[in-house]
Each structure stands twice: as C-alpha cells, then as structure tokens.
Design a protein around this ligand. Sequence first.
Ligand code: XMP
Length: 516
Amino acid sequence: TVLVIDFGAQYAQLIARRVREAHVYSEVVPHSWSVERILARHPAAIILSGGPASVCEDGAPRVDPALFTAGVPVFGICYGFQAMSYALGGVVDRAAVGEYGHTDATVTEPGTLLAGSPEHQSVWMSHGVAVQAAPQGFTVLAHTAGAPVAAMEDPSLRLYGVQWHPEVLHTPLGQQTLENFLYHGAGLEPTWTSENVIGQQVERIRAQVGDHRVICGLSGGVDSAVAAALVQRAVGSQLTCIFVDHGLLRKDEVKQVQEDFVAATGIRLVTVDASAQFLGELAGVTEPERKRKIIGREFIRAFERAARDLQNEASADGQPIRYLVQGTLYPDVVESGGGDGAANIKSHHNVGGLPEDLQFELVEPLRTLFKDEVREIGRELGVPEVIVSRQPFPGPGLAIRIIGEVTPERLAILREADAIAREEMTRAGLDDEIWQCPVVLLADVHSVGVQGDSRTYGHPIVLRPVTSEDAMTADWAHVPYDVLSVISNRITNEVREINRVVLDVTSKPPGTIEWE
Ligand code: XMP
C-alpha cells in the first residue's frame, strides 16, 4: 500500500486515484497519525500531500523527521514537499513571487524523478512559500521563477519532492513524475488491477461471511449492483437481492435490473412492486420535503418487510440471514473521518436509516474503491453496461423531477421525454462530459403552443445538463445547440403533452442540480 498523508489538501484523494491509475494500491490517511501508526501499516511508499497551511507559521502541521529515516520511500508534494525540506534542515521561506496556476519549470537535472522530462515543462503551482535551499545531500532537479528548489531528490535515502501538483491534469507530465517515483524511486510493480481487486475482495467476503446468508438492496444504480455482483461471485446463492420498485424509476430501468442484470449475474432477486403504495402515499403532495420524507419512509417500510419475510423463511430453514451488503465507496469513507471505524455513521446513513432491530452486520466490498474503479470492476463482472455507466440518479427518483403532484400520467410523460434526452446525449457522445442531466416536468405550468394549425395547451419540460466533479458544485453543461435542437424536436414531436423545451443555465450554487 502507498499511504497518502493528507495535510488538508483538496487533492489528497486525487493523488490516491492517480497512484491507483498507475496500478499501485493507495489509501489516504490523516496527517494526525503518528509515525508509529503510519509505519505499523507497513507502507510500500508514502506520499505527503499538499495542504492549506504555511510551513513558516506556528501551529502548521509538521512531519516527524523519523518518517524519513524508516527506510520507506517518500514523495513530498507542495506542502508535503516543504514540510519534508523543513524537517530535514532545508530553508523554507516566503517566495519572491507567489505562483498560482500554470508555471514554467526549468529542469536542470532530471534525476530519477523527472526522467524523460524536457528542459522546460508546464506545471500547476499553488504556493506563496518556497524551499530556498534543499536539505543536505539532496540534488536540486528544477526551479521556477518563484521556487529556487522546485524539485529535489536524494535517491540514496529514496526521498523525493516537487513544489508543483503532479496529480492534476493541468500538469501534463505529472503522471509520468508520479510513476517515476512509484516504479523507479520506490521500486514498486504495477500489480493493482481490477482482476486482482476482484480476487482479493472475493477472498475477503468469503472469509467474512462464511456459510451465512446475505441480503442486498438494489437501487438500480451502479454501486449497489456492483457490490451485489461481487458478493454473488464470492458466495453465490447465499445472497438474495431485494429490489424495491417504487414506481419512480426511469424508462426501462426496472427491466434492466429485473431481467438484464439477473441474466448477466445469476443473482437471486426478490422484487417488491410497491409502486401503488408509493403513488397512493404521494397523492396530492406537492411540497418537495414532504415528497422526500414519504418516499424515504415507504422505502424503509417496503425493504424492511421484504427483509423480514426473507429472514423468516431463512430462519425456518435454519439459515438465518446475518449480513447486509452496502455499496459504500471510498470517498464516503474518507469524508466521514477516514480509515478505520469512523465510517459506520455514514454506512447507516446510506441504508436510509434501517432500524437497529434488523440487526445485520455490514458487508461493504467497495469501501476501498473509487467510482471509476467500481465501474471497471462492474464491467469485469459482466454487469450490463447500461447499469455500469449510469449517471447519478436520486433515491426519490422522478418524484422530485415532477414539479407538482406525482401521478401515473405525469410519470409516463416524464419517462418518455427523459428517455429521448438520454438517448440523444449518448448518441452525441456526451456521457463522459456530462455529470448528469435531470429532465424536469413543470407539471403545474401550462403554455400555449401551435401544432398543425391548432392551438395546444401543454407543459414545458426543462433540460438540466450539468458538469461536476462531485455534485457539491456544478456548472450548466454547454451542450452543443445541434444536440439541443434534436432533443427539442423529438420531445415536442413524440411526447404529445409537451409543447415547449427549455434549458436550465444555472450553476450550483445558487441552483441545486435537482429542482426539488
Ligand atoms: P442537488 O440537487 O442537491 O443534488 O444539487 C446533488 C446530487 O445528489 C443527487 N440527489 C440525491 N441522491 N438521494 C440520493 O441518493 C436523494 O435524496 C438525492 N437528492 C439529490 C442528485 O441527483 C445529484 O447527483
């Protein structure tokens, strides 16, 4: 394992992802960990991340020099680079000029770290403090206008550092630098592949679960589907999946889970068709928070009932269900305090507050993985591509995309319009660029139109394509006009009740991604 020590960087998770892209396993740990605790994990290498503090200030997080004499290769990045220099006796001080953004670095001596670099490379910087003199024994590899020591190494101690951010795409040779450290500096092999991950997780699940029975709730999304497929690979028919169809999914999604997913994975699936129940409870409700609360409550009820039925059956066979599979991902684990223990709060939250008395132990086979890795593993396991590449979709489903009361007729209209928008965006190759594209029915709004010489009085529909990194912030996606025009024509031609298509051009903030 390569441990990324997080000094409060925006980029610590990104570093771990880049390391994994180099096929080396990596995890993020907080800088508050002691050297003993870090070394107890037997890291193959350590990367010190950037961070907002200034090494020159009192109270800034320091690195214990003992970290550098343990024989573990270390790569310092930005703040981590400065903290490393400081700990080893280099001179760190205010930079003559701060550098933020694209910066030209002059490489005077490529060494191990910058092997293959041209004399000048463009790097992404963000610093107002610089290493003015490298610690004794280090070779200076590069400088910039604001950083006399912008990269350095001491290969005999296997210590390396750069002032810039090799992990961001704005540093074109950044991945090469990172790989130079991993493969040549630290001598690691690129052995972390999705096949190995599957193999390891299968072993781990078998060890945890033994011959006990397991259940898993499927949502139709990628995380729960891949988690279930992994557990299925590990313990086969000991797993039963529960799929609560709340009647608020998009066109074909129920079929994709019930037929395509089951056919591809051989999973035992119990579908609860609770759509009548959900729609009954939602009748007359227009207020978004009430919709969400009702759906959350009904979801738990339906899932719990199905789980209890299965539990009763299983207990009658003398095989009670002990485990519940969760599709918790690594970013959730890191965000809720990282590593060990702390993440349980979030896992329970993910279950949507399942009652304590169901008393299942959790199986979380995706806990160490990023979303793109989950997709890769899903493909490897044969999960259908429509599920693997699915964009985020809210738990309350189409109910929060119908502005007004949710009725079967309105759901049918929205499903058709949404399917057309998705089809055309995919056809135009926009799936990778766009984070997601909610399609929103303004069900209580009517507008006048004209079609075939006669007046129409239909509903407007809103396209809300956004780009985002993590859904916390988002921008409206600049979808080409040609694509918008095809979508608009098709929706107004093919969905009779819609006579107007409008585009949402609001970022988040101030708008949220969903309308409700
Ligand atoms: P907002 O609308 O808050 O959405 O900008 C951020 C992201 O979260 C999704 N979303 C939800 N996901 N349950 C979910 O599982 C929910 O209740 C929910 N509400 C919003 C939304 O689609 C977007 O990706």
